[in-house]
Design a protein around this ligand. Structure first.
Ligand code: NAP
Length: 281
């Protein structure tokens, strides 16, 4: 039987850890498949997406800068893709049409509930950032019945649009935007999420004044490289529970794997492969 091909499209993709976790999972389940990296230039995208079947490509993950533009190619979109306006998982269906999902939200939720034992129902959430990842997470948290969500983004329009969507889809959630970091009520929050890229560089500051952090809050930074951002370091020093985003990466990948293969993802094998990958970064 022909080897099935899966992979990641984006630009750039060379630092991705996804091949490690997916190829480890294929080996574990003895599936004749390979996960590859496809560094695609914008002018190549159209031809690439129209020739997936010829190349025996059955499924793709999508990263920056194509998560939004791939929507034009989808004949079917999951409800998450419709809410977020971006897809990170594509599947080539039998009659060659493309279907799209966004597994970031479920990935975040699985990590939050299974590994961190945090139940978001009726909790107060502060979200830094209103980009693609924030939208996926907020949609998931809305579905879980969080009590309140407060969003801050440098681009206030983006934050306002996201909050409008939350109000429309989750009317019982108290959703609001703040126009400054000082306006965030972190003292009464149960969960603080950093969904901005601030913290990726070792020299990045923390967006939050550590004096407002407290032992009853979970601080979740989507960044996993470096594994401890300044925000996480300071939150830990203040006695808060902290987590980086490696678990989210794991579970969003696991969900993509399950959509493509119909098999239960071997989570611990994938986790081991990712952790080894991070040690070698
Ligand atoms: P994105 O769409 O670019 O969103 C980031 C948002 O943060 C943008 O709206 C940006 O505003 C805003 N921002 C930037 N600097 C800010 C600041 N100083 N204060 C407030 N807001 C600021 O990116 P994304 O795809 O959502 O990714 C966000 C982060 O999550 C990245 O670090 C990414 O690597 C990480 N991520 C992790 C996972 C995982 O599995 N762990 C998955 C997805 C993403 P502007 O547009 O105005 O700059």
């Amino acid at each position: 039987m022909k080897e099935l091909i899966f992979g990641l499209i984006g630009n750039p993709v060379k630092h991705s850890l996804s091949p490690l976790m997916h190829n480890a999972a294929f080996r574990q389940l003895k599936i004749n498949a390979e996960y590859r990296l496809f560094d695609i230039q914008p002018q190549e995208l159209n031809n690439f997406l129209h020739s997936l079947s010829e190349k025996d490509i059955r499924g793709l993950n999508v990263t920056i800068p194509y998560k939004e533009v791939v929507l034009e190619y989808l004949k079917w979109q999951s409800s998450e893709v419709k809410f977020i306006g971006a897809a990170n998982t594509l599947m080539v269906k039998e009659d060659k049409y493309l279907a799209g999902w966004n597994t970031d939200g479920v990935g975040f939720h699985a990590h939050l509930t299974k590994d961190l034992k945090f139940n978001p129902s009726a909790k107060r959430v502060v979200c830094l950032g209103a980009g693609g990842a924030a939208k996926a997470i907020v949609n998931q948290l809305g579905n879980c019945g969080v009590k309140a969500i407060c969003v801050y983004d440098l681009d206030q329009d983006k934050a306002l649009k996201l909050v409008e969507k939350i109000k429309e889809h989750f009317p019982s959630c108290d959703a609001k935007v703040v126009d400054s970091l000082q306006g965030l009520d972190i003292k009464n929050a149960d969960l603080l999420i950093n969904a901005t890229p601030i913290g990726m560089k070792q020299t990045d500051p923390s967006l939050i004044d550590s004096r407002v952090l407290h032992p009853k809050i979970l601080v979740y930074d989507l960044i996993y490289n470096p594994p401890i951002t300044r925000l996480l370091k300071e939150a830990k020093e203040r006695g808060a529970q902290v987590s980086n985003g490696l678990g989210m990466l794991l579970y969003q990948g696991a969900r993509s794997f399950e959509l493509w293969t119909g098999e239960r993802a071997p989570i611990e094998i994938m986790r081991g492969a990712l952790e080894e990958g991070v040690r070698n970064l």
